[in-house]
Design a protein around this ligand. Structure first.
Ligand code: PHE
Length: 448
């Protein structure tokens, strides 16, 4: 039966699906937000280093594990190390992580839908920065408006999972994401030619090594894992669908490259414009949602660009959220023997409950706090900076130390036909460098 596991027809299929999971609000909203809060270029350099030396090997690791085991996370760990049951813990981290991430991701997706609505009704037209900022703040404090958009997004995500039409969505996003890419390029050109844009560009791109601190490294690690969708087993599931003759290293590279390219474009768009309009780079959650409408206002055809952009951003968020919801649903379905529909409805309702709380926690004077921060920020920091990094750490230790080296070699080289040279470099990073580096960063965070 296992040999009949459905696999992606084309090489582009798996890259599109994994990139669909990776590219989302993490690139356009969260990346500029953490870059801005962590001093700009210093963060960006560390981020790039982490993507290359830790992110890429981790994508490879998850693909190798998934394709070798031909199973989704919980089952994959059980299968590859049958005598050591404890490793399926990584699968559970994925299930819990997906649940928690969805709870704040849906809130940000709700802001995206709100922006679609504003774009459609031409509500940004002629407004100055102060008004756009007040409007965004008004949204955060408007309980019903937030809940309604959260509900719409959650409903669409759940509907797609219940009907099992993720593949259909991926087919559309193969066409739509290149369109998003083109709009991002247009926005880049507009943004860097705004008056005073140069300061924003240097903030983002001109290296200033003095700003590198422990906090910057921790945040960069968390952002890289979040943006690449690693450390939670999401890519293990996709790996199990990759055809046997597909080149895992080059597919992984494509995913990392696309994801990083989109984040970089987002930075080149947001910072020059933010500096030009007088928006503080450390503005946090509102950074992208106030800067972008301001840019569209200055453009010819701004109404259409703005509308199409936010619709595409919502779709990018959707391809990420379905990859997230799939994890707990698959678990409930496989391990607790629930029907797909029941599993989805239960998860979606639970997520929605927590998502309402995360949304409300951002209101002025909200008492919904955890460890001195809003529940929204606590969920965000806990999942990206701790849960996903621990998940990633366990994944590389598992592959480097528990799975037979011959299994790794066989899978990485497609039975000895490709990537013979790269094999040893990746294995060395996965076995030694990545566990050490991730553990050091994690421990330094705990000792703070
Ligand atoms: N990578 C997605 C984004 O950047 C979010 C995500 C995280 C998706 C973890 C799946 C798993 O928006």
């Amino acid at each position: 039966m296992e040999n009949n596991r459905e696999s992606f027809k084309s090489k582009f299929g798996v890259i599109a699906a994994a990139a669909g999971s990776a590219i989302g609000l993490g690139n356009i909203y969260r990346f500029p937000c953490v870059v801005g809060e962590n001093g700009g270029s210093a963060f960006f350099i560390i981020y790039l280093i982490i993507v290359l030396f830790l992110g890429l090997p981790l994508i490879v690791s998850e693909f190798v594990i998934g394709r070798r085991a031909q199973k989704s996370p919980v089952g994959a760990f059980k299968k590859l190390a049958p005598d050591k049951k404890g490793w399926s813990l990584i699968g559970y981290i994925g299930v819990i992580g997906a649940f928690l991430i969805l709870s704040f991701y849906t809130t940000v997706a709700a802001w995206t839908l709100d922006s679609v609505y504003r774009a459609l009704t031409n509500a940004y037209d002629g407004k100055d920065l102060a008004t756009i900022q007040t409007d965004f703040n008004g949204l955060l404090n408007n309980t019903w408006r937030t809940i309604i958009f959260e509900a719409i997004f959650m409903f669409i995500t759940a509907y797609i999972i219940i009907r099992g039409i993720e593949k259909g969505i991926e087919k559309y996003s193969k066409i739509l994401m290149p369109v998003l890419f083109v709009i991002l390029i247009v926005l880049c050109v507009k943004s860097v030619t705004l008056p005073g844009a140069g300061d924003g560009l240097s903030f983002f791109l001109k290296p200033d090594f003095s700003k590198i601190t422990g906090r910057v490294i921790v945040q960069a690690l968390g952002q890289a894992f979040f943006s690449l969708s690693i450390g939670m087993g999401v890519l293990i599931t996709y790996g199990s669908y990759i055809a046997k003759n597909d080149n895992l290293a080059s597919s992984s590279l494509m995913v990392a490259l696309f994801d990083t390219l989109i984040a970089t474009l987002a930075g080149i768009i947001i910072f020059p414009a933010a500096f030009s309009f007088g928006i503080k780079p450390e503005a946090g959650a509102s950074l992208a949602f106030t800067t972008l409408p301001m840019i569209f206002q200055q453009m010819n055809g701004g109404y259409f660009f703005c509308l199409i952009f936010f619709i595409l951003l919502a779709i990018a968020a959707l391809t990420s959220s379905i990859s997230l919801l799939e994890a707990p649903v698959a678990y409930f379905k496989d391990e607790l023997k629930m029907s797909r529909k029941k599993a989805t409805i239960i998860t979606a309702v639970l997520v929605f409950g927590l998502c309402i709380i995360s949304g409300l926690s951002l209101q002025d004077d909200s008492p919904l706090k955890l460890f001195g921060m809003s529940i929204f920020n606590a969920l965000d920091a806990f999942t990206a900076n701790i849960l996903m990094t621990v998940g990633g750490l366990l994944t590389v230790i598992f592959l480097g130390w528990k799975v037979r080296k011959s299994d790794f070699n066989d899978e990485f080289t497609n039975g000895g036909s490709v990537n013979m040279k790269l094999k040893n470099i990746f294995y060395f990073i996965i076995k030694f460098i990545a566990p050490l580096a991730i553990a050091t960063i994690l421990v330094s965070q705990l000792l703070k």
